[in-house]
Ligand binder design. Structure first.
Ligand SMILES: [Zn+2]
Length: 139
């Protein structure tokens, strides 16, 4: 069955750090503050109850395995000073998660909604009973 919002469209919207549902608004209003809901369509971005774990894991994984490990391997391979390597690793591990923060949220939303595209408002049936979107509001 064809979805109104295709996975390609979801992918493109999340690449721009925009709402995967409408694509009109950014998911963050400052570098470290992510909107709870989309300002345009009202879709929950922070779905609560552990949803924030996804961006944290992505952020950690990218910094640890995509940045620090290659630095350590390169430093050991080319006999770079251990002091320099550790200082560089510590500085990067402190600042890169902050720099990557909004993108980790965007990447997490991309992964989540590419796996579950029917949870987007636009992809729901009119009489849908599985309102997972609003689960926090119903509690
Ligand atoms: Zn929206």
């Amino acid at each position: 069955m064809e979805l109104p919002l295709s996975r390609t469209l979801i992918f493109n919207r999340c690449l721009r750090a925009s709402c995967p549902n409408c694509g009109k608004e950014k998911i963050h209003h400052s570098w470290l503050l992510i909107h709870n809901k989309c300002q345009s369509c009202g879709m929950l971005i922070k779905r609560g109850n552990g949803f924030y774990i996804g961006p944290i894991c992505l952020n950690y994984g990218i910094v640890a395995f995509g940045l620090i490990c290659p630095i350590l391997i390169t430093s050991f391979a080319f006999n770079v000073s251990i002091y320099f390597t550790l200082v560089l690793s510590i500085i990067l591990s402190l600042f890169c998660p902050i720099i990557f923060y909004p993108y980790s949220w965007s990447l997490w939303l991309m992964i989540y909604y590419l796996c579950f595209p029917k949870e987007l408002y636009e992809n729901r049936h009119q009489n849908s009973d599985d309102l997972l979107f609003d689960e926090d509001e119903r509690l």
